[in-house]
Write a new protein. Structure first.
Length: 156
């Protein structure tokens, strides 16, 4: 098991954890469908269908069966997950996890023995900041500028 906790600088860190250190646990017999929002670390060991939103950590246990759209700070997957994830800090896929879906996170860890099928986009928040005046991602503008500079250099 893993505990994801905030340090003073709001960065997340993984540490060993006794299951009692999560704020909320949905046990193996639990089935939930809908929208889940929370603060603090939450562990799901049962079935969940729907949407999960939090700035904090979600731990998916080995017995879990999750089909969801997820936006969290950190996601740790040990069980079965199908859906898309946007994590602001990290995604960890640990053996014997099965992960089917797309990931958008600045950091991704996949342990040997875990299964992952999908696409992954790794961006930091700075790369996807929107230029409010032009309504275009800053990273796209930087790439376009680099292409223009290269074309000008080649033309000279």
């Amino acid at each position: 098991m893993v505990l994801i906790k905030k340090s003073d600088n709001q960065q997340w860190q993984s540490e060993s954890l006794a299951s009692g250190q999560t704020h909320t646990v949905l046990g193996p017999e639990a089935e939930f469908e809908g929208k889940l929002t929370f603060r603090g670390a939450v562990r799901i060991d049962g079935k969940f269908r729907g949407e999960i939103l939090s700035e904090d950590a979600l731990v998916i246990g080995e017995s879990a069966d999750i089909c969801a759209q997820v936006r969290v700070g950190t996601l740790v997957v040990n069980g079965s997950f199908h859906g898309d994830v946007k994590a602001t800090v990290a995604v960890e896929i640990r053996a014997p996890a099965k992960f089917l879906g797309n990931i958008n996170a600045p950091r991704l860890t996949i342990e040997p023995g875990a299964f992952y099928e999908g696409s992954c986009k790794m961006e930091t928040e700075k790369l996807v900041e929107v230029d409010r005046e032009n309504h275009a991602p800053e990273s796209l503008q930087l790439r376009e500028e680099a292409v223009r500079n290269r074309e000008m250099a080649e033309a000279s």
